[in-house]
Design a protein around this ligand. Sequence first.
Ligand SMILES: *Cc1c(COP(=O)(O)O)cnc(C)c1O
Ligand SMILES: [Zn+2]
Length: 459
Amino acid sequence: MNAFQRCINPQCNATFDVSEVLHRCPKCGALLDVDYEWDKLPVPNSLAHFEKYWGDRANPHRFSGVWRFHELLPFAPLEQCVTVGEGQTVLQRNNGVAEYVGKSADSLFLQYEGLNPSGSFKDNGMAAGTTHGRLVGAKTAACASTGNTSASLAVYCGVTKLMKAVVFIGSGKIAYGKLSQALDYGARTVQIKGDFDDAMARVQEVSKKLGIYLLNSLNPFRLEGQKTIMFRVLEALRWDVPDWIVVPGGNLGNSSSFGKAFIELHKLGLIKKVPRLAVINAAGADSLYRLYNDEKLRWNGGNIDQSKIDAFYAQMDKENRRANTIASAIEINRPVNLTKCLRALDFCDGVVRKVTEQEILDAKAQVGAHGFGCEPASAASVAGTKQLVEEGIIGKDERVVCILTGYQLKDPNATVAYHGTDREFYEQVLGRRGVAETPYANSPVVVDNDIDRILDVLK
Ligand SMILES: *Cc1c(COP(=O)(O)O)cnc(C)c1O
Ligand SMILES: [Zn+2]
């Protein structure tokens, strides 16, 4: 194979075989990329090349929205690549949402990654991550998760039986839709009395001790699979690069993989233009926002000022600031892919914004009212777009793709609290989070069990 792992720190630049199971560079501790000797590989000379696979949908690897692009992530032989039918997702032009965010008609697109088998974009990465696990002969795979990664790992292990799934979750915060998936698909589920960061720390220790294959977002192979979200966006736009990609930021795996996708497509001469990238934090989980905008932390050619990061986290611990947002999928204190995300922001001339709980839920209601719906974290992309249009950073006519990362039914509590009439439930789920209004609520009408009253209501 002409694939290897490479340390992202240019001063180190150490390389390792794909068969090694590493999470960070053993030499300097930086994150690792999967990289390729492209000049020795059959790289397509145009993106339209991939259209020839459309007629071959009976072949599971061509049907897969990940492996259809195998030539752009060739770290394993195609016949070894794991698929459960991921990546059948939709790019929808949405004029209702365009109007909501103040954009002109036909300029806003929603990429519905919630339509994946486990209901979130994580399946793109899990297809690639479990492929690497299979390659190295893993018997058990583990992850720590705010919910969707565990649901995804559980599906891949449950369907393929290639390895056993162990998922670590924090207590109390996980949305029931996600927890129910891990349980239903038969994953060994370990609920830590702590938050996501605690679960993350413990799963790393446990994996090391027991030789379990770790499928966190630290895993560079997962990010290879997530590049294909961008390939499918381009495919749906008939290879015409949009002006902006807007994505919620949690552990920053998605934004990192998007950046890598564009770096590689550009290097391979497959795109000329690079879209701008907007990463949206929740105001209650805004480490990237603060580091990027307040501390001015930058990629800086790979010379990242680690002292700024250390000081920031030390201060966070001192003030006992903990991530807290209804958008549980992005409720992260210490984003593990921070440095890769900085590289993506650098290459894609990126911006970082944060949005309030109110903005997230209103945007979510608008997505639901005009489209297939999404979970709270996903709506941060739409709320962030609205902000950037108001600031004049995103032009009214510029073509924007908002990534809707997770499916509507992942977190029905947030939806029912917003639209419903139960004040107590509202207070418990949203009111205490400062969501004061529900301007887009579509509340059920309570009516006596009486045909005339019901007819009145429906007049
Ligand atoms: C994981 C997840 C995110 C955050 O993505 P990162 O790659 O961790 O930044 C956002 N939305 C949903 C629905 C997710 O599952
Ligand atoms: Zn290194």
